[in-house]
Design a protein around this ligand. Structure first.
Ligand SMILES: C[S@@+](CC[C@H](N)C(=O)[O-])C[C@H]1O[C@@H](n2cnc3c(N)ncnc32)[C@H](O)[C@@H]1O
Length: 231
């Protein structure tokens, strides 16, 4: 029976819900995410650089983390302020809850669409590997939303993917027209939106959205790191 095709954005939420138990394999270069000792060492070096960069951004006060997932970066944030983790899927957030509890850090958790209008204001907002899931045609809209979350002079920071064939799983092909097919360990597959924004594109978009002190840099191979302040 022919049905309405599910849109990529909804499929992406189902994907991350189903992937919650194996998500950190990507960070840890386990199983299908290992690309051999040389590449894996380069990955871990970039990951360490990203963590050090994030810790030095000056997070403070009320911190909102959108699309927080399993909370890989959340301990860095929760150590510096009152963190609220938001995600559309409960499964990854549950992993984040366990991670923060194990680290002895307090935080609030909210099932929340990243596109929902803010219901409070924040001193700082972080999004890890989320901008690359935002459609090119909606990037300005999303950054406008970020600006509405933040108090004047509030900090926005993000970490995201650079295009590199050895960043993802061995059995993943590059995106076509910004849509990528992702497979899980059990063989099921899902479509996600995946956009490799160039640092210059992100800087221009942040400028258009009314941010200042814009800085977008890249690690050696794998990540884009960005921060800016709301006017
Ligand atoms: C690539 S993961 C990033 C997780 C985490 N921020 C990190 O850096 O590891 C993307 C996350 O976005 C969440 N997500 C997908 N669509 C969403 C939406 N519309 N609103 C909020 N979260 C969403 C997924 O559930 C997933 O946890």
């Amino acid at each position: 029976m022919a049905g309405r095709l599910e849109d990529v954005e909804s499929e992406m939420i189902r994907y991350y819900a189903a992937r919650a138990g194996e998500y950190d394999d990507w960070y840890l270069r386990r199983g299908r995410y290992s690309h051999g000792p040389t590449t894996d060492a380069a990955w871990h070096s970039d990951l360490g650089a990203a963590a050090a960069w994030l810790a030095g951004r000056g997070f403070h006060g009320r911190i909102v983390e959108l699309a927080a997932g399993t909370g890989w970066w959340s301990p860095v944030l929760a150590a510096q302020g009152q963190l609220t983790l938001c995600d559309a899927a409960p499964e990854p957030l549950e992993k984040a809850r366990v991670r923060l509890a194990a680290a002895g850090l307090a935080a609030r958790f909210q099932i929340r669409d990243a596109w929902s209008e803010p219901d409070t204001s924040a001193d700082c907002l972080f999004a890890g590997f989320w901008l690359s899931h935002v459609d090119r045609g909606r990037l300005d809209e999303f950054l406008g939303l970020v600006a509405r979350w933040l108090v004047p002079d509030g900090l926005f920071a993000f970490i995201d993917s650079r295009r590199d064939p050895e960043s993802g799983a061995l059995d993943h092909r590059p995106p076509v027209d910004d849509v990528q097919v992702r497979r899980l360990d059990d063989g099921t597959s899902f479509r996600v939106r995946k956009v490799f924004y160039e640092p210059a594109d992100l800087e221009s978009a942040l400028d258009r959205a009314g941010f200042r002190q814009i800085e977008v840099i890249a690690t050696d191979r794998f990540f884009v790191l960005g921060s800016a302040r709301r006017y």
